[in-house]
Ligand binder design. Structure first.
Ligand code: ASP
Ligand code: MG
Length: 400
């Protein structure tokens, strides 16, 4: 018996039937003698629908107003869930982010949590209530409503778990856990019993889309054990923690990321300083660069290619083109038909030939590699987007 934080994503509370289903899960947990804090997202596609409503009126409106708008989505779901729990005969109270003590930085639409003051939540728990908290939102120093960025309610849940020293933080979603590949695309994908924070972080940022990466960073920092599981089936999910006990798998997953673009610059003067000048211009505009390749070109010139987030591609090109004279390159191009495929696994550190096996799978399937990047626990390749699903399946087959 202890304190359990349970988070339910938008698909888990999409309609009345699903809200009642969540109320049942929550009250079952409560009946076993636990204190329960529930964090919910907006129902179904509510957040997207609210954004569409803004777009009809004023796409350039102040971000403060955008936060005011989007926070309304979660207000609906906490009220409905608290009502559903009451209908089952239990006490429940719904709290908005600010009522639950979420203090954030001022940056509207991508605020960071500074502190969670758990006083109110604790008072309500002490009275025997199930506390239902709006994810994704908080309040800044000016007492304006802020939001944490898309997918932010995972982070809300982990922050509450950390602030209240919860015994477990369960993230309910529409998949049964973390798989070795996207189970909707790869039929023989395997559900992992456990995975480390570091591997999960790589998979989260690489586009596995089960957990928001900031939530995993925070769980690692505060040592919060997470369980990812489905709200629709009653099966154990995947535990995310520091040191998984299971026999070390060499690879824990294959991930695909299509939100990526490649920029290639040709005919660069072969002298010091170019990389510094290019990447400082991009970082000044908050454009993150991922994989970088530089080659020694011919005729005293060299080439550089690198990747950026897909939605930053054109902006990066514009910035560099505007500086073409001072940078002195001949040609720049944007390639958007690309995907990054990565294998992640803590066991890689101690095993040779892992990358080779991945390259072999690609070769056997006639997939051309444009770029390669490695770290201690991952190998990523950039390939054509047209080959992406085929490549994931082939690599997955090779390792599992
Ligand atoms: N409702 C918000 C979104 O769709 C937050 C979340 O789902 O975590 O981004
Ligand atoms: Mg959502």
């Amino acid at each position: 018996m202890g304190l359990i934080v349970q988070k339910f994503g938008g698909s888990s509370v999409a309609d009345a039937e699903r809200v009642m289903n969540v109320a049942r899960i929550v009250t079952d947990t409560y009946k076993k003698g636990n204190d329960v804090v529930v964090v919910v997202s907006a129902q179904g596609d509510t957040t997207d629908d609210l954004i569409a409503k803004q777009m009809e009126i004023n796409p350039k409106a102040r971000k403060r107003e955008r936060d005011m708008l989007l926070a309304a989505g979660e207000q609906v779901s906490i009220a409905l869930l608290a009502m559903a729990i009451q209908k089952l005969g239990y006490q429940a109270i719904s709290l908005l982010g600010w009522q639950a003590g979420f203090q954030t930085t001022s940056t509207h639409t991508s605020a960071r949590i500074k502190n969670v003051d758990g006083t109110r939540i604790k008072e309500e728990l002490d009275q025997g209530k199930i506390v239902v908290v709006a994810g994704f939102q908080g309040i800044n120093r000016k007492e304006d409503i802020t939001t944490l960025g898309r997918g932010g309610s995972d982070t809300s849940a982990v922050a509450i778990a950390a602030a209240l020293h919860a015994d477990l933080c369960q993230i309910f979603t529409d998949v049964e856990g973390v798989y070795t590949a996207d189970p909707r695309k790869v039929k023989n994908a395997i559900k992992l019993k456990e995975i480390s924070y570091d591997e999960m972080l790589e998979l989260a940022t690489l586009g596995a889309q089960v957990l928001n990466n900031r939530s995993v960073e925070m769980a690692k920092k505060y040592g919060i054990e997470l369980e990812v599981l489905s709200s629709l089936t009653n099966k154990p999910g995947t535990i995310v923690k520091e040191k998984p006990k299971m026999e070390k798998m060499i690879i824990s997953g294959v991930a695909k990321d299509c939100d990526i673009a490649r920029i290639s610059i040709k005919g660069i003067p072969n002298e010091p300083g170019f990389a510094f000048k290019v990447f400082s211009k991009l970082s000044a505009k908050d454009i993150n660069v991922d994989i970088i390749i530089q080659s020694v070109g011919t005729d005293d010139t060299k080439d550089i290619a690198f990747t950026v987030a897909l939605d930053k591609g054109q902006e990066a090109i514009d910035i560099l083109k505007a500086n073409q004279d001072s940078l002195g390159f001949r040609d720049i191009r944007l390639h958007t038909n690309v995907a990054k495929i990565s294998i992640v696994g803590a066991g890689m550190e101690s095993h040779a030939g892992v990358a080779t096996k991945m390259f072999e799978a690609l070769y056997n399937n006639n997939v051309n590699i444009q770029m390669i990047a490695t770290s201690e626990i991952k190998v990523s390749v950039l390939i054509s987007k047209d080959d992406a699903d085929r490549a994931v399946a082939a690599i997955h087959d090779k390792f599992f």
